[in-house]
Design a protein around this ligand. Structure first.
Ligand code: GLN
Length: 294
């Protein structure tokens, strides 16, 4: 192409896709497409109506830059700055784990339990208090608060100040009231809760190296590493939770696909009842919860 020629949308897209493919990016077609939409604001229908439309030079420069960054395996979400979760848009960066679709199962389970028990919770305690440990971007806490059909007070905690800044920003952007506390699990938490949720780090240290390059390079390692057997955080949270749960309150976890038996056993030993395991859309164990009855 001559330097004066402008590139069409389709040419830009094809070049972008080829570059991503050559860099070994999984789902290169999709990512080249999302980035084109991100840079031009042009949706699919409009693109197909006229793929030969010329792209303004500054947009082409920006698109090439985005493709180059994605070729270095920087996650798409760090380039666009957002990830959709439960139909809501969350701001993300390298300080938080990018929300995974599998985690929606945890939110859906929490919403089902709240729907079932809200009258009891409200009658007994007035206010329903919800705690999300290891909140990260705040996606779990904020989605539950957004969709629950009952009034609640929500608290999110994290060890990382930088993660809390992201979570607070998300609460503000979504217009959801929540409290955020910097705390190593329960250390700086007070009072009791009707429900405690957590998607703690649960990957075995020895398995971190096997994750996707995007995850290893750009997700915060402290959000993934569950220490030697991957169960470190479940052990601590389960042991300490009775002092923070209301009578009849629930403790819910996201777990790794092979952790259901271990986490169930820990809950049982700690005296939890009504322990259940839920699977994700791929049929893998994904959520474990139990009820604390004094
Ligand atoms: N499911 C995430 C992953 O596979 C891990 C989340 C976690 O450790 N809590 O990367």
């Amino acid at each position: 192409m001559n330097s004066g020629d402008k590139c069409s949308l389709e040419q830009a897209y094809r070049q972008g896709m080829e570059k991503l493919k050559n860099a070994g990016v999984p789902e290169a077609e999709l990512d080249a497409w999302y980035l084109l939409e991100y840079v031009t604001g042009i949706g699919r229908a409009s693109y197909y109506a006229d793929p030969d439309r010329k792209m303004p030079a500054e947009q082409k420069t920006k698109y090439d830059k985005c493709i180059e960054v994605r070729s270095r395996r920087v996650p798409l979400q760090h380039i666009t700055g957002e990830q959709e979760f439960m139909g809501l848009s969350f701001h993300v960066n390298e300080d938080v784990l990018i929300p995974r679709q599998d985690t929606e199962i945890l939110v859906e389970t929490a919403l089902e339990l709240l729907d079932r028990e809200k009258d009891v919770f409200q009658r007994e305690r007035g206010t329903i208090r919800l705690l999300d440990l290891c909140t990260g971007s705040g996606c779990i806490l904020l989605s539950v608060l957004h969709y629950a059909k009952c009034r609640m007070e929500g608290t999110g905690s994290d060890l990382s100040t930088r993660a809390l800044t992201v979570a607070e920003g998300n609460a503000q952007r979504l217009g959801i009231a929540a409290e955020f506390i910097e705390s190593d699990l329960f250390n700086d938490i007070s009072g009791r809760f009707s429900m405690i949720l957590s998607n703690p780090p649960y990957i075995r240290s020895s398995e971190i190296a096997e994750l996707q390059e995007e995850v290893i390079l750009y997700d915060p390692i402290e959000a993934l590493d569950g220490r030697e057997d991957g169960l470190y955080f479940y052990r601590r949270i389960i042991a300490e939770s009775p002092a923070y749960l209301e009578d009849g309150g629930y403790l819910l976890f996201e777990i790794g696909h092979d952790q259901a038996a271990d986490v169930t056993e820990m809950l049982r030993r700690q005296g939890f009842d009504e322990i259940r395991v839920k699977k994700d859309l791929a049929g893998l164990d994904r959520v474990v919860y139990g009820r604390y009855i004094k």
